[in-house]
Design a protein around this ligand. Structure first.
Ligand SMILES: [Zn+2]
Length: 325
């Protein structure tokens, strides 16, 4: 049976998973970033962890190792300085290649959900789609004509940082009014706080201390019929739908997939999103792209996406070697 190793590098943990071709995660290990802040120490631990995984997967044919990381320099195979990682210019591809007789692939972590969706999700048969993660922030990945769009520096798909509102809410990127300040979990909280301040709608949330207002609480209140909370989701969906219609004008995708904490609010977000999307869509498209919640589990999306890099690239390698013959 074929399998791949997927490495998902995050600010708190590095997850290393062994994944079968159909997307079953057979085994997962974790390396804590804080206790491995020295680059050499981390690489040594990573090599040990992969050896351990390989030791109990002797009956599997491992095709390669895929890595998703912030600050990935795909050309050079290194992890450059990323704001949430302690390492600088970590030569991860070279190190793993020298230890294991396997191809090693690196991509930016923002693309992992799109790659997982293509490898194991509803998009497996699609050539053109957009995948958005609505978490604390908003990340995105794009497939066009069957290829992951990486851009000149591996930084394409920063959909969370298109401007929704000129001079709007300040964003951590240093600019103002970015989409992710409105349609992420933190965006929902901010909108809720603005509505509470404005006192326009009846709500149970008026008595809740500000620091206890979370996207989950707003979603739960909306499901219980709280008017203010429902308005927050209507507004969030309206903004998201308009933005997605803009993305369609650039990319002409077959479908748009949503994942991340906020997408778990289901119809609460999807209904107003789809309505505003339909209203805002340019009329030239014969089919309206579907907006769907992904079936890829949030917790495994990183490791799945990293492992799916291996299938993606080994397919390409096979195709190019066939062309050479
Ligand atoms: Zn921004």
């Amino acid at each position: 049976m074929k399998a791949a190793i997927g490495i998902d590098i995050g600010g708190t943990n590095v997850r290393v998973g062994l994944v079968l071709e159909l997307g079953e995660v057979l085994h997962q290990s974790r390396i804590e970033v804080a206790t491995h802040s020295d680059g050499e120490l981390f690489l040594n631990q990573l090599v040990r962890t992969i050896h351990e995984i390989l030791a109990f997967s002797l009956d599997l044919k491992i095709l390669g190792i895929g890595i998703g990381s912030p600050g990935a320099n795909i050309e050079e195979g290194i992890i450059e300085r990323a704001s949430n990682l302690p390492w600088n210019n970590l030569p991860i591809v070279e190190r793993l290649t020298s230890h294991f007789d396997l191809p090693v692939f690196l991509t930016n972590d923002a693309n992992l959900f799109a790659i997982a969706e293509k490898g194991y999700g509803y998009a497996s048969q699609m050539t053109d789609f957009l995948a958005l993660t609505l978490g604390t922030g908003v990340g995105g990945g794009v497939y066009s004509s069957g290829q992951l769009v990486t851009g000149a520096n591996g930084l394409a798909g920063e959909v969370g940082h298109v401007i929704y509102e000129r001079n709007g809410r300040p964003c951590k990127c240093g600019r103002q009014g970015c989409l992710e300040r409105y349609v992420s979990a933190s965006g929902v909280v901010e909108t809720a706080k603005e509505y509470i301040q404005a006192k326009e709608f009846p709500s149970e949330l008026y008595g809740v201390p500000e620091h206890l207002i979370t996207a989950q609480l707003v979603a739960d209140s909306a499901k219980d019929g709280d008017v203010l909370a429902m308005k927050v989701f209507e507004e969030t969906g309206k903004i998201l739908g308009e933005a997605l219609a803009d993305f369609v004008a650039v990319l002409n995708p077959e479908a748009i997939f949503l994942s991340g904490g906020l997408s778990n609010s289901g119809d609460l977000l999807l209904k107003p999103t789809r309505a505003s999307f339909s209203n805002s869509l340019l009329s030239i498209y014969p089919n309206e792209p579907a907006i769907r919640t992904s079936a890829i589990p949030d917790n495994d999306a990183g490791v799945l996406g990293a492992s799916a890099l291996v299938w993606e690239y080994s397919k390409k390698l096979n195709e190019s070697s066939l062309t050479e013959i």
